[in-house]
Design a protein around this ligand. Structure first.
Ligand SMILES: [Fe+2]
Length: 298
């Protein structure tokens, strides 16, 4: 498929993106399409036999706004719509989330795997999940491969708020919950500059969405209470009962909950995959209940 260009992109940026797209297609052939053909379709069929699990987790932190104590967030990430995540499987996951009636939906990116063609019904289904405190999306690296503007537009038109270096304030009476989101950033330094651009000089947010968990160090420095990330897929292959011992070796924080001072990071292992194997690392949707620690003593 031809790459559609984005209006604000430089020529060098366009060349870089088309090289990344080509590499991603080759990787997809080597790790998914090729092996699946050799196995006569067995590999992808077997991959789809594994259900997506609903993971419940309570996260406690001292600085969370008291008015939002007990907030239930459905955290979804890395659907990778495409060959390994056909529409019916993706819509089943959306139904699972809608049935849980979360207060907020946070989608931390990689909605599409390669091409965004055909993703509109999925974006619409996600956008239609009723969540009184908001339905948010930040783009991942895969969302930028084909047509990043189009992915963001489809998501936005579906009723989900795209936070690309932006902040949204949720109000309950006179109380506020500040939610921020940053665009795709590959390195800690790039994450830092996006966070600083989003927060300005002296502000912070209660909740920050970043596809890349490498945003956590600087987010904690900037007093963000909770960061939600994806991207790692938990390595897709992990040691039994040791989710952090996995193939995502480029990441210090690749699966589950992490703490630094008063800040917390949750990295979901994601709902989809970029190759059709998961071992000791099931695909998941995370349902997070956020608690303010020591609330009773204040
Ligand atoms: Fe991903």
């Amino acid at each position: 498929m031809a790459l559609r260009s984005t209006s604000s992109e430089s020529k060098a940026g366009k060349r870089r993106r088309s090289a990344q797209y080509r590499r991603a297609r080759i990787r997809h052939f080597l790790f998914t399409t090729g092996p699946n053909r050799l196995s006569r379709g067995w590999l992808v069929r077997k991959h789809h036999d594994n259900p997506v699990i609903a993971r419940e987790l309570e996260i406690t932190m001292p600085r969370w706004p008291a008015a939002f104590d007990g907030l239930r967030i459905a955290h979804i990430s890395d659907l990778h719509f495409g060959e390994l995540m056909p529409l019916d499987r993706a819509l089943g996951i959306v139904e699972l989330i809608a049935a849980a009636q979360p207060d907020m939906v946070c989608n931390t990116g990689d909605l599409v795997d390669l091409d965004c063609c055909g993703v509109a019904p999925l974006a619409q289904a996600i956008g239609h999940i009723k969540a009184p405190c908001g339905n948010f999306f930040v783009p991942g690296n895969h969302d930028e491969l084909d047509a990043p503007d189009q992915v963001n537009r489809l998501v936005n038109e579906s009723g989900t708020t795209v936070l690309e270096d932006e902040i949204c304030v949720i109000r309950r009476g006179e109380h506020e919950l500040r939610v921020g989101g940053i665009g795709w950033a590959r390195t800690p330094a790039h994450c830092q500059s996006r966070i600083d651009r989003t927060l300005g000089k002296s502000e912070s947010v209660d909740l920050l969405l970043s596809h890349n968990p490498k945003a956590f160090d600087h987010a904690a420095e900037r007093d963000v209470s909770l960061v939600l990330s994806g991207h790692t897929h938990g390595g897709q292959i992990a040691r039994r009962n040791r989710p952090s011992a996995n193939l995502a070796i480029a990441h210090r924080r690749s699966a589950g909950l992490y703490e630094m001072g008063a800040s917390r990071l949750f990295v979901t292992t994601g709902a989809g995959a970029w190759f059709p194997v998961r071992v000791n690392c099931p695909a998941e949707v995370a349902f997070l209940t956020i608690r303010r620690a020591g609330l009773h003593s204040h």
